[in-house]
Design a protein around this ligand. Structure first.
Ligand code: PMP
Length: 463
């Protein structure tokens, strides 16, 4: 990551052959990649043999960590030998898909009626948008199509899901967002609240601003609202406790569907099986992915309530077909692996473990709040964020051009911690198997990286 790649090394071949997502390609040509070669538990190793704690579970997905889970490998192998591919198009089905759909419905946080399988979180959210259009057309409300998500939301990168995402880098020069996708207030009290405004008053204001947006657009034009329980890739933003209760009341009043994006929060991340349970959400649809298969294979699912399903069913029945589906959506090998993943979660009580060790992560991260560089520490369960600040009192962020986030990433790397620095926020979402001891090791290293970053900032006269 920090050295010029040797000719014909894997790193040099990478630079010659790959365009990397979420990477600065100019810097990448100079420094090359960190080539990760193996893993065990919460640790990964690069090609030089250096070991790192994976503080983000890869991309918020490897709940079981990086050890070879023999059971998952065996289930994949056996499914490939039995039936390597089949699909649910045109009245077909396969047993792993049926079993997994049943398992998801049985564990859903609110009664859900049907599962539609996809390959990624982006596809699940795209599917939700299409089904919402289909639903409102069926109900004879062709005007009710606009969708509201939130500034700093992350819902994916396909054309429609990137439009839901409320982050400038996902829109700029991609000619997004699409028309009809709107963004309302981000529920981040630390930055959004007025001086002296309590979390509850701020939550009320967020709901009022949502109401005002709906009124300005016309309630009959708003079809749905998308939200992650905890906003993940936008910087680990935990809403005020009363936020969702107030938001859901607004949605109900205007007959607006609520889609919960559980792509990060689902499967134990927030200290409950679902983020919906942590925040008492009553969604009409739920998108999930990532920890569904512990990242072993790509898989996502969109669940919907009976009342949504009925409308879609009747309309597709009239048309003659539901004209939507992905070749690999609900791949039998991925479904078999996900089913076994859920069985492992259950048998090892992994959600219980995450709930038990989550407070240790939160407490240790909150100890960092006294550090001169730290503005806010936030999180719940096994997801956390440490926001760096140029000035604690005014909560002023650093100028992105000063590269403080990149410096923090470098120092974390030097201390053997991999995570993402999102803007000024260091995000934590370790594998759910992490122990209290490993949490301590990780946070001790983060503290040293903070000290080094502070020293760097002083040397650069940034603080
Ligand atoms: N929703 C959320 C909440 C996510 O965090 C992500 C990915 N980080 C997505 C959707 C998109 O998922 P994918 O990258 O699998 O398309």
């Amino acid at each position: 990551m920090t050295q010029v790649p040797r000719p014909n090394s894997a790193a040099a071949r990478d630079v010659r052959s790959q365009l990397h997502p979420y990477t600065n390609p100019v810097l990448h040509e100079q420094s090359g990649p960190m080539v990760v070669t193996r893993g065990d538990g919460v640790w990964v190793e690069d090609e030089r043999g250096d070991r790192y704690i994976e503080g983000l579970a890869g991309l918020w997905c490897t709940a079981l960590g990086f050890s070879a889970e023999e059971r998952l490998a065996r289930v994949a192998y056996e499914q490939m030998r039995r039936l390597s591919f089949y699909h649910p198009f045109g009245h077909k089905a396969h047993v792993p898909g049926i079993d997994l759909a049943e398992a998801l419905l049985a564990m859903a946080p609110v009664p859900m009626s049907k599962v539609f399988f996809c390959n990624s979180g982006s596809e699940a959210n795209d599917t939700a948008i299409k089904f919402i259009r289909f639903y409102n057309n069926a109900l004879g409300r062709p005007e009710k199509k606009k969708i509201i998500s939130r500034l700093k939301a992350y819902h994916g990168v396909t054309v429609a899901s990137a439009s839901l995402t409320g982050l400038p880098n996902n829109h700029r020069d991609f000619d997004l967002p699409l028309a009809g996708i709107l963004h309302t207030t981000c529920p981040h009290h630390y930055h959004g609240a007025a001086e002296g405004e309590s979390p509850d008053a701020f939550a009320s204001r967020c709901a009022e601003e949502l109401e005002a947006l709906i009124q300005a657009e016309g309630p009959d034009t708003i079809a749905a609202f998308f939200a992650e329980p905890v906003m993940g890739a936008g910087g680990v933003i935990v809403p005020p406790p009363t936020y969702f209760e107030k938001i859901q009341a607004v949605l109900k009043r205007h007959d607006i569907l609520f889609v919960a994006d559980e792509v990060i929060c689902g499967f134990g991340r927030t200290g409950n099986p679902w983020g919906c349970q942590t925040f008492d959400l009553k969604p009409d649809m739920i998108a999930c992915a990532k920890q569904l298969s512990s990242g072993y294979l790509p898989l996502a699912a969109l669940m919907m309530t009976e009342s949504v399903y009925e409308v879609i069913r009747d309309n597709a029945g009239r048309i003659g077909i539901l004209g939507h589906g992905y070749t690999y959506g609900g791949h039998p090998v991925a479904c078999a692996v996900a089913l076994e993943t859920l069985a492992i979660y259950r048998e090892r009580d992994l959600f219980g473990h995450a709930a038990a060790v989550g407070p240790r992560l939160q407490a240790r991260l909150r100890d960092l709040a006294d550090h001169p560089l730290v503005g806010e520490v936030r999180g719940v369960g096994l997801i956390g964020g440490v926001e760096l600040s140029r000035d604690k009192a005014s909560r002023q962020p650093f100028d992105p051009a000063q590269g403080v986030g990149a410096a923090m990433t470098r120092h974390l790397h030097a201390h053997g911690v991999i995570t993402r620095v999102i803007g000024d926020t260091v995000a934590f979402s370790p594998p759910l198997i992490i122990t209290e001891e490993e949490i301590d090791t990780m946070v001790d290293r983060v503290a040293r990286a903070l000290d080094d970053t502070l020293a760097w900032c002083r040397a650069e006269a940034l603080v």
